[in-house]
Design a protein around this ligand. Structure first.
Ligand SMILES: Cc1cc2nc3c(=O)[nH]c(=O)nc-3n(C[C@H](O)[C@H](O)[C@H](O)COP(=O)(O)OP(=O)(O)OC[C@H]3O[C@@H](n4cnc5c(N)ncnc54)[C@H](O)[C@@H]3O)c2cc1C
Length: 328
């Protein structure tokens, strides 16, 4: 257990303050021990994967952090891969390719670790983690082991994109089994290359970010991506102190120069206000906040508004959006 250092070095977004305790288990047994110790001491805690979907707050955290960066073992199975929670998505894609296994190429250069990827039910480039997960071992926060076997189209664990039972039950994902099929290594590599180059061409890795700050709202009344709502509300390129909205993707905030978590959070709330003023849509956060949010930010952050759709503005935008979709 490491004490009182800064989380900045462990978070992809390069934010985060000091903490009381850090646990970095390397296997299931050590993870269970960490949870039991934390429970026995009644210490608050949070889980940190690679931090690519999260903003870690700079406020000193009076609790424990569990990091999975040492839980990196991969085991080959007959028709798939078993991996511990801290294995990176890109390593899974690479390993599958080495064994000519298809089904994981879309994970190449998807930032993050498999544990959080399952929790968040991440998806991109036609893939979604729920489509290939067949088994999960997790722990309750008190350290009790649970096992899930997942059948195709079973929606009891993966309810929807970025919506899983793990987002409510606070279980800690320890190990994941993925089912893959035999494939052609060249085809797998070319899909992997496409995923990487497409992200690079959109400058996704120029500065630290957490990917999309807001969930995409495809509700029938809106049917427009949050990125497009933000772009047409004028968010692209907005700057606040040491961070700014990406010039390529209005739903990304880049940490351009050692921004604080406060700066990033305030910029995100300004973006949310812009979309509200322009379209009457109250965006929902996809970015997870880890640690302690200062009270003045918390009240603004947690504000809920009932949609007041500006129908004619939304209609105009929907026509552009449909045109773009059609031309793909
Ligand atoms: C440039 C960029 C592009 C991105 N593109 C996409 C995309 O195309 N599609 C997409 O879906 N996402 C995308 N993301 C978001 C991110 O890649 C995924 O959500 C990824 O799965 C997060 O993994 P992580 O380890 O970084 O999670 P973290 O940010 O560390 O954690 C996310 C949440 O999971 C919790 N958690 C961490 N580990 C565990 C565990 N073992 N068990 C249970 N809970 C845990 C954390 O407490 C937190 O609440 C992008 C991010 C970036 C930076």
């Amino acid at each position: 257990m490491d004490c009182k250092s800064s989380l900045k070095k462990l978070s992809y977004y390069k934010t985060g303050g000091p903490y009381e305790q850090l646990y970095a288990p390397s296997d299931i047994h050590e993870l269970k021990q960490a949870l039991e110790a934390i429970t026995a001491a009644k210490t608050p805690f949070f889980l940190l994967g690679a931090g690519t979907n999260s903003l870690v707050m700079d406020t000193p955290y009076e609790g424990a952090v569990i990091s999975f960066h040492k839980m990196t073992q991969i085991t080959m199975l007959d028709h798939g891969i078993r991996c511990r929670a801290g294995v990176s998505n890109t390593l899974i894609a690479e390993t599958a390719h080495q064994h000519s296994l298809a089904g994981a190429a879309w994970m190449n250069y998807l930032p993050g670790q498999i544990g959080a990827t399952v929790r968040m039910n991440a998806r991109c480039y036609g893939g979604e983690i729920s489509h290939i997960v067949t088994g999960i071992k997790s722990f309750t926060p008190r350290g009790q082991l649970k096992e899930y076997r997942i059948k195709t189209h079973d929606r009891s664990v993966f309810r929807a994109y970025k919506d899983t039972i793990f987002m409510n039950n606070n279980e800690v994902i320890a190990e994941v089994e993925l089912s893959l099929q035999r494939g052609n290594a060249d085809d797998i590599r070319s899909k992997m290359d496409f995923c990487r180059s497409d992200r690079e061409s959109k400058s996704q890795f120029t500065f630290p970010s957490c990917g999309c700050v807001f969930k995409n709202d495809y509700s029938p009344e809106v049917s427009i991506s949050s990125g497009m709502l933000l772009e047409h509300a004028g968010a692209k390129g907005l700057i606040r102190d040491h961070c700014r909205v990406s010039a390529d993707h209005a739903n990304f905030i880049f940490n351009t120069n050692d921004a604080s978590s406060r700066e990033i959070l305030e910029l995100s709330m300004d973006m949310r206000d812009l979309v509200w003023d322009e379209f009457g849509v109250w965006l929902e956060y996809e970015m997870e906040l880890l640690g302690t949010v200062p009270p003045d930010l918390k009240s603004r952050l947690e504000e809920k508004r009932v949609a007041k759709y500006k129908t004619s503005r939304l209609d105009e935008l929907r026509a552009i959006f449909k045109g773009k979709q059609g031309s793909k």
